[in-house]
Design a binder for this molecule. Structure first.
Ligand code: C2E
Ligand code: MG
Ligand code: MG
Ligand code: MG
Length: 261
């Protein structure tokens, strides 16, 4: 895809380390700028692209450009360790040589494989479980991290989850919004975090919108957070500006004093 003529753009949503309030990295989210209809959501066009080989070309374009972008941001202190998460669809993962292609992209850029997380959904393996596990094993052998996206919305089969060998799990934002603005209804989220931690996986909470949810998730030992409370997804020029300001995203760690004693 020609960089200048593609109607696609990548935006970047910050992912924050809950313990320190520091920026851990970004999730790359693709957008389609339609000449008449304006911005079209990936929830609308990704499922269509997934029905054809277009998803392969689009997916590769997103992966390459997101990795290149983060490698550029990593040139600036104190961002040398910024991570990047990229969504991958089933067709991409099951493409022969996918793991080699990913490693080549990383090598060309000089980007450490452990800085890249590929996000897959639980439903990815519904039809070809063995092939999926094989592809994930290869990626992991090459040092790439795997995250299970939208956790809790699909089958959430624990044995299958374990076979994926993911290093992290993203709690779907439906569960975060269910907690309520003050985070009081947190039983399900608490259970998911406990399961993930006992399987040696770290947890990202998606869709944090209120300080109440943030406080509750931090008290529950959630590892990372993402959501409008911190930031929406941003075009790369806005990220450039943001990085210059180097904010701490959780200003008042005092709120959590009881947990720290
Ligand atoms: P996802 O991977 O679960 O991404 C999170 C979605 O939640 C994003 O929507 C993000 O903008 C939105 N979000 C984040 N924080 C909040 C919040 O606090 N409140 C609310 N209401 N929403 C929040 P987006 O960008 O529309 O993407 C939708 C889905 O499209 C993604 O869900 C992902 O499954 C898919 N997608 C996006 N980019 C790609 C891509 O490059 N490749 C593939 N295969 N899928 C992609
Ligand atoms: Mg995702
Ligand atoms: Mg998600
Ligand atoms: Mg989603």
């Amino acid at each position: 895809m020609n960089q200048d003529r593609t109607p696609f753009r990548i935006e970047y949503q910050p992912i924050i380390t809950m313990e320190t309030g520091q920026l851990d990295g970004f999730e790359a989210l693709v957008r389609w700028i339609h000449p008449e209809q304006g911005l079209i959501s990936p929830s609308e066009f990704i499922p269509l692209a997934e029905d054809t080989d277009l998803i392969l070309e689009l997916g590769e374009w997103v992966l390459k450009n997101a990795c290149r972008q983060v490698q550029q941001w990593r040139q600036n202190r104190p961002y040398q360790a910024l991570n990047i998460a990229v969504n991958i669809s089933g067709r991409q993962l099951l493409k022969p040589d996918f793991a080699c292609e990913v490693s080549e992209i990383l090598q060309d850029l000089g980007l450490n494989p452990s800085s890249l997380t590929l996000e897959i959904t639980e439903s990815i393996a519904l039809e070809s479980f063995q092939e999926t596990v094989g592809a994930l094993n290869q990626l992991r052998a090459n040092g790439i991290q795997i995250a299970i996206d939208d956790f809790g919305t699909g089958y959430s089969c624990l044995s299958r989850l374990h076979s994926f060998g993911a290093s992290s799990l993203k709690i779907d934002r439906a569960f975060i919004s269910q907690m309520g603005d003050t985070g009081e209804r947190s039983e399900i989220v608490e259970a998911i975090i406990a399961v993930a931690h006992s399987l040696k996986m770290r947890v990202v909470a998606e869709g944090i919108e209120t300080v109440g949810q943030l406080d509750r998730l931090r008290a529950l030992d959630c590892d990372w957070g993402q959501g409008y409370y911190f930031s929406r997804s941003l075009p790369s020029s806005a990220v450039d500006e943001l990085l210059k300001k180097a904010p701490n995203w959780i200003e008042s760690a005092d709120r959590l004093a009881p947990r720290l004693n």
